[in-house]
Design a protein around this ligand. Structure first.
Ligand code: SP5
Ligand code: ZN
Length: 342
């Protein structure tokens, strides 16, 4: 399996994450990628290449143009306003306020385009986000060209990013861009399977009313887990997309017996639907030791999950999402990839 990786992810290295009322070193940090790369090499997965240049056409087709311009220019505007620190949203439009009037003031604009203030934007965030989507796009081209699988070692991750909001450590929804590229190339049925611990609210929202992309997500129940306000089981899609959004919210303490049964159900529905291509949003934060999550998967469960997903025999683009138990992120990620290839 070819792996696509860009050093430019390092341009995004925020110093601060607002967590429990304190600024802490972000859970989503550059060394996550080093752990994955080291483990890939240990396991002989050494076909690692840099991405081709980013293609903004599908990104612009899928996402809000004002949002993209905001991401590109936010740092300069923030600094021009005299702000001393990293970009942190301090206010967001809430119940009873305007949801569609965009402030000129950068502080107001940041809140307009943000849904979770744990996530900081820094000087290099835009370029890192573009390098991440470039990795995903190069992986998509390989699979569209006939490869069984390709792994985009995306960082920053993407699945929480919507058409016009960042948050949850995500800025551009890499997996969604891949799905869009498949449909642009003529695929009538593309499935996105999201096994990150957190609900893929961004991906759900981007395809909620579409008939050509199915979205299935296994995640911590929104009553108990970020992103809190989306991811319930009764969110099934709308209009032409009715029935094509599948949420599997699960409670604290969920183990592989329960999680694997949800995975099997999602796999059966993707298969029955007749998906032609699969995008796997691969977070490994369902791991029992993850510091911000509450499932109980063991490392070998990730291998088994990879095998079950590989059993679909679909052309598959894997996009890296979350996973914060830093020493185990490489092992668990590579376990999924090895299972896929079995
Ligand atoms: C891609 C991805 O996995 N994003 C996850 C975003 C999670 N944001 C909420 C983090 C909450 C951290 N709470 C810390 C509790 C430590 N005990
Ligand atoms: Zn996650």
């Amino acid at each position: 399996m070819r792996i696509i990786h860009s050093e430019d992810h390092r341009l995004h290295f925020p110093q601060a994450e607002l967590s429990g009322g304190q600024f802490v070193t972000p859970f989503e940090r550059p060394s996550r990628v080093e752990y994955v790369l080291n483990r890939l090499k240990e396991r002989g997965l050494t076909d690692i290449v840099a991405p081709q240049a980013v293609d903004m056409t599908p990104v612009q087709a899928l996402l809000d143009l004002g949002y993209l311009e905001f991401l590109e220019t936010a740092w300069a505007a923030w600094k021009a306003e005299g702000m001393a620190g990293e970009i942190i949203a301090a206010n967001v439009p809430a119940r009873g306020m305007h949801m569609d009037r965009i402030p000129n003031n950068i502080d107001g604009k940041v809140g307009y385009y943000c849904h979770a203030s744990e996530t900081a934007i820094t000087q290099g965030t835009w370029r890192a986000a573009l390098s991440s989507v470039a990795c995903a796009q190069s992986a998509q081209r390989l699979v569209a060209g006939g490869a069984d699988h390709a792994f985009a070692l995306c960082r920053p991750p993407g699945h929480h990013a919507t058409a016009d909001q960042y948050g949850g450590y995500c800025f551009i929804n890499n997996a969604a861009v891949v799905a869009q590229m498949f449909t642009d190339a003529g695929a009538g049925r593309v499935a996105v399977l999201d096994i990150d611990f957190h609900h893929g609210n961004g991906t759900q929202s981007l395809f909620y009313d579409r008939s050509d992309v199915m979205f299935a997500s296994l995640h911590g129940a929104p009553q108990d887990a970020y992103p809190y306000y989306l991811g319930y089981g009764d969110e099934k899609g709308a209009g032409a997309g009715e029935g094509l959004n599948l949420n599997y919210p699960m409670p604290p303490g969920t183990d592989y017996a329960t999680w694997g049964a949800a995975l099997d159900d999602a796999i059966a529905k993707i298969t029955d639907w007749g998906a032609e291509a699969l995008v796997l949003s691969l977070g490994v934060d369902a791991y029992k030791e993850d510091p911000i999550s509450f499932f109980r998967l063991e490392s070998n469960d990730f291998t088994d999950a990879g095998r079950r997903i590989g059993g679909m025999k679909l052309p598959t683009v894997v996009c890296m999402e979350g996973g914060y138990a830093i020493e185990a992120v490489g092992i668990n990620t590579v376990n999924v990839l090895e299972g896929l290839q079995d």
